[in-house]
Design a protein around this ligand. Structure first.
Ligand code: FE2
Ligand code: ZN
Length: 398
């Protein structure tokens, strides 16, 4: 699995065959229980194949529900060899694989990623990294990407102020996604712009492209030239405000996490007409916020039972008041030759008004959330960090 398994955490002291399950005692005192059918379905032998490769001749429908273990014992590699009674099939499981898939509450908690929630208190000391270092040192690159994962944003300093390198900078997080605006989009001041971001006005915190089924997730703003005056970015933690709202007004939070809001975008020039109905907050299996999508500028009429309309508008107004409150925003003055990475499915971005003198030149591109997670896992495995097994949130999908 790429992780060097020498610690007591990955050392099995003892196994007990309980027929319908296997009990495993670990050197660090932890106890695991593995179900016999679960083990059979995940058998990783050459004949059964693996789920990671997708090359797996074994079908769950071929496994009887009453299958039992006839034998189980430690093998010479520190893993476990088992034999199932019904078909006499034998399987082998590595210790590190078993530990990283153990379903005990303690191990499931350990696999569960938790965000670092933040507010104004981090202004002036936001997570940051150095491009030149991250480019050549995978350990530093992983640390930068872990900050992006945990905070939802990271400021990258010391990037070239050369528009040719935007894609290369963003690719630190993974392969680029093609959006409405291509894979790299130029933001420059245009007084008659069709894209609101191309004007010089202040932008309230918002998510980009919430009208797409999967909005862009990891976004990189590469500042080739910062504005001569103004134009500072603002970052707002949608996950923290979701938690706060749930505490202060559970009913409003419930509406915003269950009743869909429709976001629209019509692009007449290219003949496209997007709309996506989804709740503002997307929740995971433990009802924690996994993603947010909201942009008041593109939120259409509430399309719900009439008795829900006014409560929905009230809930939305309340959330927007929190988002637009400067006390909840972190101002990040990104200079020329710097880049700001953020997760658009967690952090709402905005900016202050800037001087309309044509100085500001910002380029932006996106990396899909799953590509970003894939980069994190590959690097974590290379660097021998256990983060490779962490369950990460699905984002703003439904
Ligand atoms: Fe935006
Ligand atoms: Zn097998």
């Amino acid at each position: 699995m790429g992780i060097v398994a020498t610690s007591p955490r990955f050392t099995i002291n003892h196994v007990d065959n309980r027929s319908d399950h296997l009990d495993v005692a670990w050197a660090d005192g932890h106890q695991s229980r593995f179900d016999a059918v679960w083990l059979r379905h995940t058998c990783r032998c050459d004949a059964c194949g693996t789920y990671e490769s997708g090359i797996r001749p074994l079908r769950l429908t071929e496994i009887p529900d009453d299958i039992a273990l006839s034998e189980a014992g430690l093998n010479g590699d520190g893993g476990v060899d088992v034999v199932w009674s019904s078909d006499g099939h034998s399987g082998r499981f590595d210790a590190d694989w078993l530990r990283s898939t153990c379903n005990s509450p303690a191990e499931r908690r350990r696999r569960r990623w938790t965000p670092t929630l933040w507010g104004r208190e981090i202004e002036g000391r936001v997570p940051e990294a150095d491009y030149a270092v991250c480019k050549t040192d995978d350990d530093a690159r992983l640390t930068m990407l872990e900050a992006l994962r945990d905070y939802g944003f990271v400021l990258l300093r010391n990037v070239p102020d050369d528009p040719e390198v935007t894609a290369e900078i963003a690719a630190l997080a993974g392969p680029l996604r093609v959006t409405n605006y291509g894979s790299v989009y130029d933001f420059t001041y245009q007084p008659d712009a069709l894209v609101y971001g191309d004007l010089n006005v202040k932008l309230d915190p918002h998510c980009d492209e919430p009208y797409r089924q999967a909005p862009p997730s990891i976004t990189c703003f590469h500042f080739v030239r910062a504005a001569s005056t103004g134009g500072a970015s603002t970052m707002t933690d949608g996950f923290r405000l979701g938690d706060e709202m749930r505490e202060q007004d559970p009913e409003a939070f419930k509406l915003l996490s269950t009743v869909p809001l429709t976001h629209y975008r019509r692009l007449l020039k290219t003949g496209r007409d997007f709309r996506m109905r989804a709740p503002v907050f997307s929740l995971d299996e433990e009802r924690e916020v996994a993603g947010i999508r909201l942009n008041d500028r593109g939120a259409g009429p509430i399309d719900a039972d009439s008795e829900l309309v006014r409560p929905m508008l009230r809930a939305l107004r309340k959330l927007e008041a929190m988002l637009f409150d400067e006390a909840n925003q972190v101002v990040v003055p990104v200079g020329s030759g710097e880049a700001l990475f953020f997760n658009n499915q967690r952090v709402l971005h905005g900016r202050t008004e800037f001087a309309p003198d044509g100085e500001r030149y910002m380029r932006t591109c996106n990396v899909e959330l799953d590509e970003f997670y894939s980069t994190l896992r590959m690097l974590a495995q290379q660097q021998g960090r256990e983060g490779a097994f962490m369950n990460l949130p699905h984002g703003a999908l439904t």
